[in-house]
Design a protein around this ligand. Structure first.
Ligand code: 2IT
Length: 457
């Protein structure tokens, strides 16, 4: 993957170096996972010199090894009557703070390395929410694109057969991620209920009438915009009147667009695997409804948007060359490289808020920090999604439903707290204003201290 000179935490600690080396020689083929470990170690390395217990108790060696990894065959029958076989995974990465919690990703790119990277990030993201959530992730190399409803249902049912014994509201609670939305959660939940003979809150992102929480679909995007607003406030600014570039066309992008337009900003780009659109009048009103309709039917191409609303379409390109004040990368990992970040800086962009999981390469982050741009890592700014999942779990276990206002208020409060914790940790450990270091350190300390409290587990 990549090397960078900006963070020297890992270099400053020989313990961090040793652990990184151990992971590299043990799992040399897990590039994405090594990337995620390297990123955390680069920030938390400096803690090890100050707190020898972390090293004495082998906290890092324990954290980088998942508590459990489940891999299972998922055979399903396609519409032509043939049997197809995919691989299912569920990683229970860390339960120091609560039951395993994290999404399921159905995408052809899914490998154990990708899921370990996502699961590892999830541990610290969930810790930052302040809720009682451990870290997990799962999914399959199944590609939902072009599959019929019946095929999706067959696949989800077979997937749940492989997984249900290992789930439970106090053990492991999956949710959606790329390729897993309301429809898939419905099929998964229905089959879990049938296999276990119990109706319980074992998945989040459920339908509103059967245990879901209001705002869950919007929560990741809303949370990211609340976070961006907190960052802007530190420079006496706000979202109002700002031009925003957004990538992606799914749930997360939709939530961002809704909240930015509600707060008086203007989103001018959206993107899909086919390219990006530039809408100088802003994505608002009926265009947001259109996004919702596309999202529900599982379509992620933006060319149709360009044709319907007569705006510019740039095939095969990413939106980061467009002039904007704030960028919200909301599509997938490594979608913004150093050249993209450089273009944003040159165009006067003041703030980049990660909404997807690790959408920036380390060189892109390096470029933003070097240029003093406000930058937040996904594990802080996209934590609103899993925080709202935590609220869904709380509502399920108490059998009480919260109102929209209540959920939104709590979500906003969680994001404000995460922002404050990141800034405080960054300041305390000598990197003021560095949200990446702040998020890594604040999340790590919570998990590591809980592990110390709980002994050798
Ligand atoms: O990356 C993420 O935080 C998610 N896919 C949501 C996880 C969750 O359990 O709601």
């Amino acid at each position: 993957m990549y090397k960078t000179a900006v963070y020297n935490g890992a270099q400053s600690s020989s313990y961090a170096q040793d652990v990184l080396q151990m992971i590299k020689s043990k799992y040399p083929w897990e590039k994405e996972y090594i990337q995620a470990v390297e990123e955390i170690l680069s920030s938390v390395g400096l803690l090890f010199d100050q707190e020898p217990l972390y090293q004495d108790e082998r906290i890092m060696e324990r954290i980088v090894e998942p508590e459990r990894v489940l891999m299972f065959r998922v055979p399903w029958r396609d519409d032509a009557g043939s049997i197809q076989v995919n691989t299912g995974y569920r990683i229970g990465f860390n339960s120091a703070l609560g039951p395993y919690k994290g999404g399921l990703r159905f995408h052809s790119s899914v490998t154990l390395s990708i899921l370990k990277f996502l699961g590892f990030e999830q541990i610290f993201k969930n810790a930052l929410t302040g809720l009682s959530l451990g870290g997990g992730k799962g999914g399959s190399d199944f590609n939902p694109r072009g599959k019929s409803n019946v095929e999706i249902e067959n696949f989800c049912q077979s997937f749940m057969v492989g997984l249900y014994k290992h789930l439970g509201p106090d053990t492991d609670v999956p949710a959606g991620d790329i390729g897993v939305g309301a429809r898939e959660i419905g099929y998964l939940f229905g089959y879990y209920k049938r296999l276990k003979n119990v109706f319980e809150g074992v998945l989040t992102g459920k339908g509103l009438d059967w245990g879901g929480s209001v705002i869950r679909p919007e929560a990741t995007g809303y949370g990211a915009v609340y976070f961006a607003e907190e960052m802007l406030k530190t420079r006496g600014e706000g979202i109002e009147g700002k031009i925003a570039a957004v990538s992606g066309f799914g749930n997360v992008a939709w939530g961002v667009v809704k909240k930015v337009s509600e707060l008086g900003g203007k989103v001018v780009t959206l993107s899909g695997p086919d390219g990006f659109i530039y809408d100088k009048d802003g994505v608002q009103g009926e265009k947001i409804e259109y996004m919702l309709a596309m999202r529900s039917s599982g379509r992620d191409r933006v060319k149709d948007y360009a044709e319907k609303f007569q705006v510019d379409f740039y095939p095969g390109k990413r939106p980061w060359g467009i002039k904007c004040d704030i960028a919200f990368p909301s599509a997938c990992e490594n979608e913004m490289d150093a050249d993209d970040a450089g273009a944003l800086v040159d165009n006067g962009c003041a703030c980049v808020t990660e909404c997807a999981n690790m959408p920036l390469t380390l060189e892109a982050i390096d470029c933003l920090l070097h240029n003093k741009i406000l930058y937040s890592p996904g594990k802080a700014s996209n934590a609103g999604g899993v925080a709202c999942s935590g609220f869904e779990m709380a509502q399920n276990s108490t059998k009480v439903k919260w109102t929209r206002e209540e959920v939104d208020q709590r979500l906003k409060q969680v994001m404000i707290e995460i922002h404050r914790n990141c800034l405080e940790a960054a300041e305390r450990y000598g990197e003021p204003g560095n949200y990446l270091s702040g998020a890594n350190i604040a999340g790590f300390i919570k998990v590591a201290d809980a592990m110390l409290d709980q002994g050798n587990t």
